[in-house]
Design a protein around this ligand. Structure first.
Ligand SMILES: Nc1ncnc2c1[nH]c(=O)n2[C@H]1C[C@H](O)[C@@H](COP(=O)(O)OP(=O)(O)OP(=O)(O)O)O1
Length: 290
């Protein structure tokens, strides 16, 4: 509980640097698409698709562009469903901007997910990924060899389309939360539960694949904003505010190295009716939210 209550954001003036992050969801197939980053910032991690918002580009146009460049999937702007914002701040370095990452999901697109030289696509089970696993959960061990072969091919330099998992959605692995950016294991299970519970009400998400009473959240998730999950139900967007204290990413494939963007410190996750996007637009200073 302390982690969500303790955050006290830097009163210093900091620039915001805008990014996008898009997570394709195949609700009827009970699947979530993530990319495995092959190079650059975040190499060796799974994540949604996204990147920097270019000067004179809108956030939503950047989301559409990055998704297409990195996955081959083509969506129209109205198909982008805005879900929330990550505000990531490092206190290990006074000069780094606040990363303002706008999170979207998409449920319809044209084209097929394709490996690029930056990302290889992987489908994960939606209903099995509603709770953040604890470190001891054998997440990567649950990924069958046939599933990994796409990534190996692309890592070897090939560009190849991912194939549906032969065993169908029931055989898809749990999202490997410990091979993602640290803050993802807090907000992503919340978002997936939020989407699933709204879909359940509409009779969606793979028919009966989502159990009507999902198993209780793991301890890590429970301390990060679950307290008000029931009362947050009608709210549309999340704001996840995290301070990093700097450190070594021990979960990285290569053992990790020191970075100001490691070491998740104080954080809070709030659900809101409206995102104060206007307030952030072009903003050069940073004030405590809310
Ligand atoms: N903690 C953290 N730090 C940095 N980036 C992220 C996170 N968590 C995240 O989810 N992300 C996301 C935000 C973006 O979607 C990507 C990072 O984008 P990046 O690859 O740096 O941007 P590009 O514009 O694609 O960069 P180029 O390599 O093309 O220059 O991760």
């Amino acid at each position: 509980m302390a982690t969500t209550d303790a955050i006290s954001l830097s009163p210093k003036i900091k620039r915001h640097k805008q990014y996008t992050l898009v997570i394709p969801l195949d609700l009827h197939g009970d699947r979530v698409l993530l990319g495995y980053k092959l190079r650059g910032f975040g190499q060796g991690k799974y994540n949604g698709y996204g990147g920097k918002v270019e000067p004179n580009e809108t956030v939503i146009a950047a989301a559409v562009r990055e998704l297409h460049e990195e996955s081959g999937l083509l969506v129209e702007e109205p198909a982008m469903i805005q879900r929330g914002v990550l505000l990531l701040e490092t206190v290990a370095d006074d000069t780094s901007p606040i990363l303002e990452i706008h999170v979207f999901t998409v449920e319809t697109w044209e084209g097929t997910e394709t490996a690029t030289d930056e990302m290889t696509p992987h489908w994960f089970s939606l209903s099995k990924s509603l709770t953040a696993p604890t470190k001891s959960t054998p997440v990567s061990g649950s990924i069958p060899p046939s599933f990994l072969s796409t990534s190996s091919a692309a890592e070897a330099g090939g560009v190849e389309e991912s194939q549906p998992h032969p065993g169908g959605p029931h055989d898809l692995p749990v999202i490997p939360y410990f091979q993602m950016w640290e803050e993802s294991r807090v907000w992503l299970p919340h978002l997936l539960r939020h989407v699933s519970s709204s879909e359940e009400g509409r009779g969606g998400v793979g028919g009966n694949l989502i159990s009507p009473e999902p198993s209780p959240p793991a301890a890590t998730a429970a301390s990060d904003g679950d307290r008000n999950e029931t009362e947050n139900k009608g709210k549309k967007y999340f704001i996840h505010h995290v301070q990093f204290i700097g450190g070594t990413d021990m979960d990285a494939v290569d053992g990790g190295e020191y970075s100001v963007w490691h070491g998740m410190g104080p954080r809070r996750l709030d659900w809101v009716d409206e995102l104060p996007i206007g307030e952030w637009e072009g903003r050069k200073s940073f004030k405590t939210y809310p």
